[in-house]
Design a protein around this ligand. Structure first.
Ligand SMILES: Cc1cc2nc3c(=O)[nH]c(=O)nc-3n(C[C@H](O)[C@H](O)[C@H](O)COP(=O)(O)OP(=O)(O)OC[C@H]3O[C@@H](n4cnc5c(N)ncnc54)[C@H](O)[C@@H]3O)c2cc1C
Length: 427
């Protein structure tokens, strides 16, 4: 049996920020992560860059909607990348921020260690026991076998709401009606590209891709080629595979998705080498260790944030994070991607109640599995925002522990004040 004050399941950007926030208040935090590093999708799924998280005030000043721990991560990551590689990630990919996931792994280990977070990699939460609305024990599975762990408070940052589901709190999957989630994507990197020639032929490449799709030669349902810069001139990041209508919380279906996506990578490599100027000598450098899930299981929380809340730029009294990323829905059924962009200066906030599974006493969630609708999740799922949600959850669990109250009884003005004092932007 292991014991701790606050157990965090999942070390993505949400879980990492949650652990840092709670441990910095002096609590004994155990962070359990299935893979071998912190960073979640950024590292395991090669997701890059950080999507934009700024707006402008009336005077034209830049406002950072994701601040606090996320800003610390970005600043320190820039420093680390510059120190080792002489590259400044801030100089590239503006307004989206391109970064090195390898230095991110090193940085997040260091930040966890400085804060006193206990880490347990290669470990999965596989079961949970509950008395009424209070989680009592978790079961961890790793090379040591099965181990019980008991904490006072728990935070589910697994992306799949795995802990909430295992403990029997209600969850939802996909959009209303057909239950379909946004598509999964296996990201990959291609080297050996002559970027000057490639850039000049960018629009021609898109036309060729569309024409080959129309002829049925390219099978990938994605409508165009989605790619981003990397810190290396000759390497391009592709976010362009698309697997639709697969259940992201079924092992069989995710396996099928991985296989389908890898064939799409092969198809893209042929396309690049045969049809795209600048890619004649392109080589496949890496595919992500895991296919990326934009959307999967989410909790039924004390509040459900909806598209209407976003479109009204709602600022909640218990708002603990702010966001203005567009409502970016990759078609769950096939081709097409819809966007709704927020006007300059406008943003919405995310209420603390979205982090609380209905009626839970000592469980919170953070990240892409909080209580939001399919459409609202399409906006607030980005990495900068999930980090701010994590910081809020870690801080709230710490305050609940200090006050000896349930997560539903946390003093909201105190939570917001504490977050602001720690650099968070709450609007
Ligand atoms: C293909 C794709 C492209 C995207 N593009 C962008 C982009 O360009 N920019 C951007 O900002 N955002 C992008 N996003 C969104 C963003 O990457 C994710 O929504 C965000 O990283 C989610 O963070 P998280 O911490 O909530 O979850 P995750 O990053 O998914 O982390 C969850 C962690 O929990 C661990 N875990 C899961 N189950 C268990 C368990 N039972 N026990 C222990 N550990 C467990 C996992 O290993 C993982 O490390 C993209 C997402 C995808 C899939």
């Amino acid at each position: 049996m292991r014991n701790c004050d606050i157990l965090i399941a999942g070390g993505g950007l949400a879980g990492t920020a949650a652990a840092l926030a709670a441990a910095r208040r002096g609590h004994d935090v155990l962070l359990v992560e299935a893979s071998n590093c912190l960073g979640g999708a950024a590292c395991n799924c090669l997701v890059n860059p950080f999507m934009p998280y700024t707006t402008e005030d009336d005077a034209g000043n830049t406002v950072f909607l994701s601040a606090g721990i996320f800003a610390e991560i970005v600043d320190r990551l820039n420093d680390l990348t510059r120190t080792f590689d002489g590259e400044d990630s801030a100089a590239l990919g503006v307004p989206a921020k391109t970064f090195s996931e390898e230095y991110l792994k090193i940085l997040l280990n260091r930040m966890a260690s400085e804060a006193g977070v206990r880490l347990l990699y290669h470990t999965q939460v596989v079961a949970a026991a509950r008395e009424q609305n209070r989680l009592t024990t978790l079961v961890l599975s790793n090379i040591d076998g099965l181990t019980d762990v008991r904490a006072k408070y728990y935070i589910d940052c697994t992306g799949d709401a795995a802990l909430s589901a295992a403990s029997g709190f209600p969850t939802r999957l996909g959009r209303p009606g057909d239950g379909l989630c946004q598509p999964m994507t296996l990201c990959f990197r291609v080297g050996g590209i002559d970027r000057g020639t490639f850039r000049q032929n960018f629009y021609r490449m898109q036309e060729k891709y569309k024409s080959l799709r129309a002829q049925g030669i390219i099978k990938n349902p994605r409508e165009n080629v989605l790619l981003f810069s990397t810190l290396l001139e000759s390497v391009v990041h592709f976010n362009t595979t698309r697997v639709v209508k697969r259940n992201p919380v079924s092992a069989d279906e995710v396996t099928a998705a991985e296989i389908e996506a890898r064939e799409q990578v092969a198809e893209m490599m042929l396309f690049l080498r045969q049809h795209v100027p600048g890619c004649e000598h392109a080589v496949l450098l890496s595919t992500a260790m895991e296919i990326g899930k934009r959307e999967s299981r989410m909790i039924d929380g004390e509040y459900l944030l909806t598209q209407d809340d976003l479109l009204a730029f709602t600022h909640f009294e218990d708002g603990i994070a702010a966001c203005n990323y567009d409502i970016d829905i990759h078609n769950p059924e096939g081709s097409g991607t819809s966007h709704h962009y927020f006007p300059k200066g406008k943003y919405y906030t995310i209420p603390y109640r979205c982090l609380i599974p209905k009626d839970a006493d000592n469980l919170l969630t953070a990240g892409r599995c909080i209580s939001v609708s399919h459409e609202a999740q399409a906006s607030c799922r980005i990495m900068p925002t999930v980090a701010t949600l994590g910081q809020a959850a870690g801080t709230a669990a710490a305050l609940a522990l200090e006050e000896g109250c349930s997560v539903r009884e946390v003093d909201i003005p105190l939570l917001r004040r504490t977050l602001s004092d720690a650099g968070a932007f709450l609007g």
